[in-house]
Design a protein around this ligand. Structure first.
Ligand SMILES: C[S@@+](CC[C@H](N)C(=O)[O-])C[C@H]1O[C@@H](n2cnc3c(N)ncnc32)[C@H](O)[C@@H]1O
Length: 162
């Protein structure tokens, strides 16, 4: 196989870090999402984020077309774990669209926001860490990540990142 294709394949596979159910329960139970229309734009029906929200009877859709093409005007809030390479672009896009979100980002992003090295122009809250993700082959991999959100949780547990 040519080197270029190998590289591309590796990049594609490297987006596949699936959020675990325990991390969805621990963070998402804190929010009162009743009456909100939710979109998980980087998720399939196998995604634990989607399954948890659906299990809780929320009005939720998932979509695995390009997140840039979703009609966000139909939704109140975005909840997902986006591809890490797109995180900054995705947050800027949602902020510009004035759309609330709860999402998993790398600790590098959380650290950079907290220390003023990265500014999305709005206050962001820090939720629980999420440090283990499932891979397509069924293995688990440690990655330092955690939840952030534009909205405060019901219990006031989340602290402002800056
Ligand atoms: C970090 S994984 C998380 C998957 C899922 N959201 C979860 O939490 O288990 C990011 C996912 O985004 C998908 N993805 C990559 N590029 C995308 C794009 N442009 N639009 C939507 N999803 C994309 C990848 O296939 C991958 O499954």
């Amino acid at each position: 196989m040519p080197k270029q294709i190998k590289t591309c394949k590796r990049k594609i596979q490297d987006d596949e870090f699936y959020t675990q159910m325990k991390d969805c329960i621990r963070e998402l139970h804190k929010y009162d999402l009743r009456g909100k229309k939710i979109i998980c734009p980087c998720d399939t029906k196998d995604s634990k984020i989607y399954q948890y929200l659906k299990y809780c009877y929320y009005d939720v859709d998932c979509d695995l077309t390009d997140w840039r093409t979703v009609d966000y005007s139909k939704y109140d809030i975005v909840i997902t774990n986006p591809p890490f390479k797109d995180t900054r672009e995705f947050i800027r896009f949602l902020v510009k669209s004035n759309k609330d979100f709860i999402m998993i980002v790398s600790d590098v992003v959380r650290y950079s926001v907290k220390n003023g090295k990265l500014d999305f122009g709005i206050p962001l809250y820090k939720g629980w860490d999420a440090q283990h993700f499932d891979r397509p082959d069924g293995t688990e991999i440690p990655v330092h990540c955690g939840w952030i959100s534009t909205i405060q949780d019901t219990y006031g547990e989340n602290k402002l990142l800056k």
